[in-house]
Write a protein that binds this ligand. Structure first.
Ligand code: NAD
Length: 284
C-alpha cells in the first residue's frame, strides 16, 4: 500500500524554517514582516481559515494585521481599505479572504491589491509572471502541492501529470508549476471525456475539484503519486476528492485529507510573506 505523504510534518518543517529566517529578517530590518488579512462577513469556514492564518503568522514571529468587516460592506469601502494597506510600509502581504459576499465586486478588489504585496498570488500580474517564468508570488496551495511532490520525487522532469480542475486558484497555477518542472501536463475538468482514462495515464495526479471521492482507486495507475487538494465536509467528516481507501492500495504515494495539502497552504503563505518582506527591504 502507498506511502502516506505527511503534509503536517512537512508543513511544520517549513514553518520552523520560516520562523528562523523571520528572526534574521527582524534583526536586519528592525521590524517584523506584516501580513494583513481582510475578512468580510461571517462565513464559518472563512472565519476558521482567518483565525488559523493569524495564529500561524504570529507563531512565525510575524505581525498579523486583521480587518474584520460586516457582511454588508460595499466595494468602495473595500477598495479604500486595500489602498490604505498598499500604502502602509509595515504591510508586506495583503490577503483578502474569499469568497467575498455576493454584492462585492471580487475582481475589482483583487485587481486593486499591489501585485508586490499579493502573497496569495491571485492578481493577474502574478498569474502572468508565473506563466512566463518571471519571479512573483505563486498561489499557496499549488506551491504546497509541488513541495509535497518533491518530497517523493526530488525531480519531476519528464513525468506525466494530470491536474483535475482548472480553477484560477488551484488547477491553472498547478499546471503552470508542473510545466515549469518539465512534466508533461494534462488539465482535466468538468467537460473532459473519459476522465478515468485520462487519470490512468498519469504518474502524478492532482485532484482539485470539490467533489468527495470523485477519483476512484481503479483510476490510479499502479505506483502513481496522488495529491488530493479537495476539502469536502460530509457526515463522516472531512474527505478529499480522491477515494482514499481505494487509491491507497494502488498508488505509490498519496496525501491524506486532512493532514496533506491543507497544512502546506498556510506554511506557504508564511513563506510568501517573508519573501515579500525581504524583497521590499532589500535584505537577503
Ligand atoms: P472550483 O470550484 O473553483 O473548481 C473546481 C474545478 O473542478 C473546475 O475547474 C471544474 O471544471 C472541475 N470539475 C467540476 N466537476 C468536475 C467533474 N465531474 N470532473 C472533473 N472536473 C470537474 O474549486 P477550487 O477552488 O479549485 O477548489 C477545489 C477543491 O480544493 C475544493 O474542494 C476546495 O475546498 C479545495 N481547496 C483546498 C485548499 C487547501 O488548502 N487544501 C485550497 C483551495 C481549495
Amino acid at each position: 500500500s502507498a506511502k502516506i505523504i505527511d503534509g503536517k510534518a512537512i508543513a511544520a518543517d517549513l514553518r520552523a524554517r520560516v520562523a528562523g529566517e523571520v528572526a534574521t529578517f527582524r534583526a536586519a530590518a528592525g521590524r517584523a514582516p506584516g501580513l494583513a488579512v481582510v475578512l468580510v462577513g461571517e462565513d464559518p469556514a472563512s472565519s476558521v481559515y482567518v483565525r488559523s492564518k493569524g495564529r500561524a503568522t504570529r507563531e512565525a514571529g510575524m505581525e498579523s494585521i486583521e480587518h474584520r468587516l460586516p457582511a454588508d460592506t460595499d466595494t468602495a469601502t473595500l477598495l479604500a481599505l486595500v489602498a490604505q494597506l498598499n500604502a502602509d510600509a509595515g504591510v508586506d502581504g495583503i490577503l483578502v479572504q474569499l469568497p467575498l459576499p455576493a454584492g462585492v465586486d471580487t475582481q475589482a478588489v483583487l485587481l486593486a491589491i499591489d501585485p508586490d504585496k499579493d502573497v496569495d498570488g491571485f492578481h493577474p500580474v502574478n498569474a502572468g509572471r508565473l506563466a512566463t517564468g518571471m519571479p512573483g508570488f505563486v498561489p499557496c496551495t499549488p506551491l504546497g502541492c509541488i513541495m509535497l511532490l518533491k518530497s517523493v520525487h526530488p525531480t519531476l522532469s519528464g513525468m506525466d501529470a494530470v491536474v483535475v480542475g482548472r480553477s484560477n486558484i488551484v488547477g491553472k497555477p498547478m499546471a503552470q508549476l508542473l510545466i515549469a518542472e518539465s512534466c508533461t501536463v494534462t488539465v482535466a475538468h468538468s467537460r473532459t471525456r473519459d476522465l478515468p482514462a485520462v487519470v490512468r495515464r498519469a504518474d502524478i495526479v492532482v485532484a482539485a475539484v470539490g467533489i468527495a471521492g470523485l477519483v476512484k482507486g481503479d483510476w490510479i495507475r499502479p505506483g502513481a503519486t496522488v495529491i488530493d487538494v479537495g476539502i469536502n465536509r460530509t457526515d463522516t467528516g472531512l474527505v478529499g476528492d480522491v477515494d482514499f481507501a481505494g487509491a491507497v492500495q494502488v498508488a505509490g504515494a498519496i496525501t491524506p485529507v486532512p493532514g496533506g495539502v491543507g497544512p502546506m497552504t498556510i506554511a506557504c503563505l508564511l513563506a510568501n510573506t517573508l519573501d515579500s518582506a525581504r524583497r521590499r527591504e532589500g535584505v537577503a
